[in-house]
Design a protein around this ligand. Structure first.
Ligand SMILES: NC(=O)c1ccc[n+]([C@@H]2O[C@H](COP(=O)([O-])OP(=O)(O)OC[C@H]3O[C@@H](n4cnc5c(N)ncnc54)[C@H](OP(=O)(O)O)[C@@H]3O)[C@@H](O)[C@H]2O)c1
Length: 269
């Protein structure tokens, strides 16, 4: 049984399986008490029992469907009112593999509810509370499709691009107020995510699928190293540093009252 200093409480969404369940184990080992959120209460209890036995930490379960406004509001209320919470992991989410013409728009809207609206509202609940309490950490689970939007379903890619952008903005706005923000961009990871998306990861080349344990351990190593964006499967970290430097430099070149000259030629024709 691990017994480290108490680091406060971590609230993890989507903790009933996959990546969220591993975060529960690893954060308890690091000294956090836990609040685990998901829809499946039985599985939440299984994760909680396992973590309590392994690490002797207090674990609270919150059964909630983050696509339901009332449930989401309940979780927001916990983040606002529980002064012990020092860490939020926005992990709950699901994806798809179908292209636009084969996707159901109602399912896409549900995806936006869980992948975009829920982490946004939970961030808006946690960030001011963390600032008032003198600090806190927000880990947002995005995906490599935030950059590679063509890889899977487009709404899924767009939802994760949103998570990445929100996290970078959080860091920009709130780092000096004691908020740590980290976006984690996993590649293909061996979880039920793929079954939900309609393609078992067993159908993917084994060489491109990471174990959830390895993904979370790498993500936490990135957090320890102070990264704002952590991409566990990226082999050379300098690739991201260069990409970011290019993006930031480009973002300084948009403040002009006139269009680029290439468009002035077209307008005169
Ligand atoms: N696996 C990958 O290859 C991969 C790659 C990149 C990013 N990600 C991201 O990693 C995160 C975790 O996914 P995973 O791979 O661990 O897949 P997973 O095993 O399917 O876990 C998804 C978690 O989200 C919860 N969830 C889903 N809908 C919910 C809702 N309406 N309300 C509350 N909780 C809900 C699920 O719990 P309940 O069903 O009990 O509600 C489950 O705990 C997701 O954001 C996913 O987009 C995964």
């Amino acid at each position: 049984m691990t017994q480290q200093t108490n680091k406060g409480t971590a609230l993890i969404t989507g903790a009933s399986s996959g990546i969220g369940a591993i975060y529960a184990d690893r954060l308890a080992a690091r000294g956090y008490e836990l609040i685990l959120v998901a829809r499946n209460e039985t599985r939440l209890h299984e994760v909680a029992d396992r973590v309590e036995q392994a690490h002797g930490r207090k674990v609270t379960i919150v059964q909630a469907d983050l696509g339901e406004r009332d449930d989401l509001a309940r979780v927001e209320g916990i983040l606002k009112s529980d002064p012990a919470i020092t860490l939020l992991v926005n992990n709950a989410g699901f994806g798809g593999v179908t292209p636009l013409l084969e996707s159901n728009v109602d399912r896409m809207e549900q995806m936006i509810d869980i992948n975009v609206t829920a982490p946004t509202r939970l961030t808006y609940a946690a960030a001011p509370a963390f600032v008032a309490r003198g600090g806190g950490t927000i880990i947002n689970i995005a995906s490599i499709v935030a950059v590679g939007v063509e890889i899977l379903n487009g709404v899924y890619g767009a939802s994760k691009a949103y998570v990445l952008a929100l996290t970078q903005s959080l860091h920009y706005e709130l780092a000096d107020k004691g908020i740590r923000a980290q976006a984690v961009l996993p590649g293909a990871t061996a979880t039920e995510f793929w079954d939900t998306a309609g393609l078992s990861h067993a159908n993917l080349p084994a060489a491109m699928v990471m174990r959830a344990e390895d993904m979370v351990d790498a993500a936490l190593a990135g957090l320890d190293q102070g990264e704002v964006v952590t991409i566990p499967p990226l082999q050379d970290g300098n690739d991201w540093i260069e990409y970011e430097a290019t993006r930031r430099a480009l973002s300084q070149r948009f403040a002009h009252s006139m269009p680029g000259t290439r468009y002035l030629v077209a307008a005169a024709a």
